[in-house]
Design a protein around this ligand. Structure first.
Ligand SMILES: Cc1ncc(COP(=O)(O)O)c(C=O)c1O
Length: 444
C-alpha cells in the first residue's frame, strides 16, 4: 500500500440491511405471527411478479395480482432445500443420474446426493464462456454425458451470469429419445413426479440460480428472467447474496402442460412442512385442528420474520442492482488496465444480477494467487475464491484430473469484494491495492 493511502477495512460481503428491513421485522414480531404466514405469502407473490415482469412494485394485494402471481414461487429456508425439493418433486431417486458442473458450490451437487442420485460432473469450457468468461459447462461434454439414466442437469448461473439455455434446451431435446420417465408408484408424490417427467418428456433442466435473482437472458427469441427459463429453479437468499432474508431461498418452475401450478405448489408445501396437509395458518380456523401426514417429509419452510426482511429488500432491489453496476464498471476499468481477465456481466442478450466479481490473473500459479490474497488481507481487504472445483473436495473424491479446465480456471482466480455497502472511496481503495499488489508480486 502506498504511503499516502490510508488503510481501510473492506469486508467481503456483509448484508445490506436498512432501517426499512429492521422496522418490518419488528412489525412481524409484534404481529403475533412469526412462522410461515401472510408475509411469506406476500413475498412469494411479489417474487413471482418480479420474475414475470422485471418489476418489484407490483401490488400483490389486488385480486387480479393474487390470481396471477400466487402459488408460482415457494419460499423456503435455503437454496439447498429449494434445489432438493425441486429434484424430489421431479422424482429423482437412487439409480438416476444428475449432471452437475465440476465448477460450482457443493450445494448444487449435494442436493442431488440427498435424493440418492449419482452425480456426473462435467468440466467447464476452457477459460469459461468466450464472451462472459463465466465458468460455464462445456456443452459438447454435457451432451456426451447424457445417457438413459440421466434425469436432470443443474446449470449454475454463477455470479449472476445466465447460462446459454438455448444451447442447453437444444441438447436435451436432441437426447430426448434416451429419456425414460418414471412410472407412478401410486403415492401422491410418485404420481405427480411421473406426470411431471412425462410432461417434460426429456432430461429436466433444474437451474441453480442461487446468485441470479433478477438476471435475464434472451431465450427462444424473448427476454426472460431467471426463474422463468429452466424447468425448475432454486434461488438463495443467504446473508451474502444480493438479496437476503438472512438464510432463505425459493423454488419456482415453468408451467407444464396438463399439470395445475396449484398442485405443484401444494406438493412443495407438503414436502417442506412434514408432509402435513394443513399448515399452522389453516389450523387456526375454528374447529380445524385435524390433519393428516401424507409422507414422512422435510422441514424447511420460510418464517414470516425472514419474509419481512425479504419484502423490504425487494423494495430496494432494483436500486441495489444499479449500484452494483456502477461499481462493476470501475472494476472493469482497472482490470482492463492491468490486463486481468474478468467476468462480463452484461452482453447484447444477457443481463446478470451482478452478484460476484471474479478475476483471473494471467501467468501466476496457485501459490502466487494465495500470496496476493494474503497481501490484500494485510491491507484490510477481504477477498475470496469462487470456487475450488468440487472434484478437488474430499466429499467428491479429491481428484480433479478429469476436469483440467476447472482446475485451470480456479488456479489463478480471486473474487473481489463486491457489495452495496462499499463506498466509491472503498472501491477506489480496492483498485489501488490490487494494482500495487499485482505489480509488486509480478515484479519479484
Ligand atoms: C452456487 C450456489 N448454489 C447453492 C448455494 C446454496 O445456498 P443456500 O446457502 O441458500 O442453501 C450456494 C450458496 O452459497 C451457491 O453459491
Amino acid at each position: 500500500m502506498s504511503e499516502v493511502t490510508t488503510k481501510r477495512v473492506i469486508s467481503f460481503s456483509p448484508p445490506d440491511i436498512s432501517e426499512l428491513e429492521i422496522a418490518e421485522v419488528a412489525e412481524a414480531l409484534r404481529s403475533g405471527w412469526i412462522t410461515t404466514g401472510p408475509r411469506t405469502k406476500m413475498l412469494e407473490c411479489r417474487l413471482a411478479a418480479y420474475i414475470e415482469t422485471g418489476k418489484t412494485d407490483v401490488d400483490c394485494t389486488t385480486k387480479e395480482a393474487i390470481a396471477k402471481y400466487s402459488q408460482k414461487v415457494v419460499c423456503l429456508n435455503s437454496a439447498t432445500a429449494a434445489e432438493e425439493l425441486n429434484l424430489r418433486i421431479l422424482g429423482i431417486k437412487e439409480g438416476d443420474e444428475v449432471i452437475v458442473p465440476a465448477y460450482t458450490y457443493t450445494a448444487s451437487a449435494s442436493a442431488a446426493v440427498h435424493c440418492g442420485a449419482t452425480i456426473k460432473f462435467v468440466d467447464i469450457q476452457k477459460d469459461g464462456d468466450p464472451v462472459t468468461h463465466m465458468p460455464e459447462m462445456d456443452y459438447d461434454v454435457l451432451e456426451a454425458a447424457i445417457g438413459p439414466k440421466t434425469k436432470a442437469i443443474i446449470p449454475v448461473d454463477l455470479g449472476g451470469i445466465v447460462c446459454d439455455y438455448d444451447w442447453i434446451f437444444d441438447i436435451v431435446e436432441r437426447k430426448k429419445s434416451l429419456f425414460n420417465p418414471v412410472e407412478s408408484d401410486g403415492t401422491p408424490l410418485g404420481d405427480l413426479s411421473s406426470r411431471i417427467q412425462k410432461a417434460i418428456g426429456r432430461v429436466a433442466v433444474v437451474c441453480d440460480a442461487a446468485h441470479a435473482l433478477g438476471a435475464s437472458r434472451v431465450v427462444g427469441g424473448a427476454k426472460k428472467y431467471v426463474g422463468s427459463i429452466a424447468d425448475f429453479t432454486s434461488f438463495s437468499f443467504h446473508a451474502v447474496k444480493n438479496f437476503t432474508t438472512a438464510e432463505g431461498g425459493a423454488s419456482t418452475w415453468r408451467s407444464l402442460p396438463g399439470i395445475d401450478n396449484a398442485e405443484i405448489y401444494k406438493m412443495f408445501q407438503l414436502l417442506s412442512l412434514h408432509g402435513q396437509n394443513k399448515d399452522a395458518l389453516a389450523k387456526t380456523k375454528i374447529g380445524a385442528w385435524e390433519y393428516d401426514i401424507i409422507g414422512p417429509w422435510y422441514k424447511c419452510n420460510m418464517t414470516d420474520i425472514m419474509a419481512a426482511i425479504g419484502l423490504r429488500q425487494l423494495d430496494r432491489y432494483l436500486g441495489m442492482l444499479e449500484r452494483r453496476e456502477i461499481m462493476m464498471k470501475r472494476y472493469d476499468a482497472i482490470c482492463d488496465e492491468l490486463g486481468i481477465s474478468h467476468m462480463i456481466h452484461h452482453t447484447e442478450n444477457m443481463d446478470s444480477s451482478n452478484h460476484l466479481y471474479l478475476i483471473r490473473i494471467p501467468g501466476i500459479d496457485v501459490e502466487t494467487r494465495n500470496l496476493i490474497i494474503e497481501k490484500m488481507a494485510e491491507c484490510g481487504i477481504a477477498t475470496n475464491v469462487h470456487y475450488k472445483p468440487l472434484p478437488m473436495m474430499t466429499a467428491y473424491g479429491k481428484d480433479c484430473s478429469g476436469y483440467p479446465n476447472s482446475y485451470d480456471y480456479y488456479h489463478n482466480l480471486i473474487t473481489l469484494p463486491f457489495h452495496t455497502l462499499l463506498s466509491d472511496e472503498d472501491v477506489e481503495y480496492v483498485c489501488e491495492v490490487l494494482k500495487e499488489t499485482i505489480t509488486e508480486v509480478k515484479g519479484k
